[in-house]
Design a protein around this ligand. Structure first.
Ligand SMILES: Nc1ncnc2c1ncn2[C@@H]1O[C@H](COP(=O)(O)OP(=O)(O)OP(=O)(O)O)[C@@H](O)[C@H]1O
Length: 389
């Protein structure tokens, strides 16, 4: 006798609500697997064939701890999402699961910003780990003083701004050396030129600027995960790299240079919302979906993200949080359809998360599935001496 089909619930896709959990009764038991098999979402067979363009991220988690029906994320359309959780609750792991699913899906391209160097395992999913490389011309002239820690109103700050503006005029891609030469030749007091040159020399020492850096479009063209390894990269340089990739993906979609829908997955995202990357990330949050760019920001410090990150997100995944200010940020997501206290519903276990789905206006407790590729974020344990010893 054929086994019955399991129905997968697809987050971010409008459709019938799964039974068992709804706004009117937020504390209600989420049911067990059999509850979920009946009338939610799209049918899949038990061997795991999902509807197309669906990322299978885990399963519903019943109150008795058993796993229910599969839960997927819609990959057919672009989304904005956040992944919250205190340290060690599974944020990076969840981002890795999403990246694995994106790697296996058609028509999309995951690009992972990896500040801690924990996503290298995605090479096993066909991914490549790349060092950050930024064309100086991809950072707008007006942003250069800020990037270099110079006041744009100061002599050196305005000189750098002017030199970059002149160098990119006409679409050229200047090197840092060319910018330094232009500073040296500028009609400005020697002290101003010296200060500007020193700051450009410091930027050169970051080792990320390259006039011939490959385009972001090429990173995302084949759909295999591209992992931008920012481990050990100075903060300002990492911010410049994130800005370049976020803006580059957006522009490539606007200009029709990128056929796939890119997904930018940013780990430790709080680090990028108070520097030069912020405007580009904000653009993706507020305007990214129109040209087809998705952004998912993971952070252990939700309070350090701007409100817009939560208000613009249609997918919210929250592992355990305890700090009051972070829980408050979660509370901002409590849309009118979610009666009750989201924070009180956060599951305790590692890899478990509350998922708020704006498309169907529901919240669910989910156990994120295990990774298929190695996860590099294991915490050191005294009971497990490292390989180095
Ligand atoms: N869904 C899961 N299934 C199985 N194990 C998991 C899952 N999620 C997390 N873990 C385990 O928990 C560990 C910590 O997860 P992870 O590195 O993602 O934490 P994190 O929240 O990103 O922490 P940090 O803020 O320190 O980076 C993982 O190395 C893994 O062993």
């Amino acid at each position: 006798m054929p086994r019955p089909a399991v129905r997968v619930y697809v987050l971010g896709r409008d459709g019938p609500e799964p039974d068992g959990d709804d706004a009117s009764n937020p504390g209600r038991d989420l049911g067990d697997a059999s509850d979920r098999d009946s009338d939610c979402g799209d049918a899949i067979d038990r061997d795991g064939d999902l509807p197309s363009h669906t990322a299978r991220i885990g399963s519903f988690l019943a109150r008795d701890g058993s796993a229910g029906a599969p839960v997927g994320v819609d990959l057919d359309r672009p989304h904005a999402g956040v992944v919250f959780g205190k340290r060690g609750t599974g944020k990076s792991y969840t981002l890795g699961v999403l990246a694995e699913e994106l790697a296996a899906a058609d028509g999309v391209a995951p690009v992972v910003v990896d500040p801690m160097g924990v996503f290298g395992g995605l090479e096993a999913a066909g991914g490549q780990v790349v060092d950050p490389a930024v064309r100086p011309g991809s950072i707008p002239p007006s942003t250069w003083p800020d990037l270099l820690g110079l006041d744009p109103e100061s002599g050196p700050g305005s000189l750098v701004w002017r030199v970059v503006a002149d160098a990119v005029d006409g679409g050229a891609s200047p090197s840092l050396a060319a910018l330094r030469d232009a500073v040296a030749a500028a009609d400005a007091p020697a002290e101003t030129r010296r200060a500007a040159a020193n700051h450009l020399r410091l930027a050169a020492s970051w080792g990320i600027f390259d006039a011939d850096a490959r385009s972001v479009t090429s990173l995302a063209a084949d759909g295999d995960p591209a992992v931008i390894d920012l481990a050990g990269v100075p903060d300002a340089a990492a911010a410049a790299a994130v800005r370049a990739v976020a803006r580059g993906l957006y522009d490539a979609r606007i200009d029709g240079r990128l056929r796939r829908l890119p997904w930018l997955l940013v780990d430790e995202a709080h680090a990028f919302f108070d520097g030069v990357a912020e405007p580009a990330l904000r653009t993706l949050l507020t305007r990214g979906r129109a040209p087809g760019v998705s952004l998912v920001c993971a952070t252990q410090r939700p309070a350090a993200l701007p409100s817009v990150a939560v208000s613009q997100s249609d997918l919210l995944v929250s592992h355990r949080l305890t700090a009051a200010r972070d829980v408050d940020r979660l509370a901002e997501a409590e849309a009118t359809y979610l009666a009750g206290d989201l924070a009180a519903r956060l599951p305790e276990g590692v890899g478990e998360a509350l998922v708020v789905d704006d498309a169907t206006e529901t919240a669910h407790t989910v156990r994120i599935r295990e990774r298929r590729t190695p996860h590099g974020g294991e915490s050191p344990r005294a009971s497990r001496p490292s390989d180095a010893e």
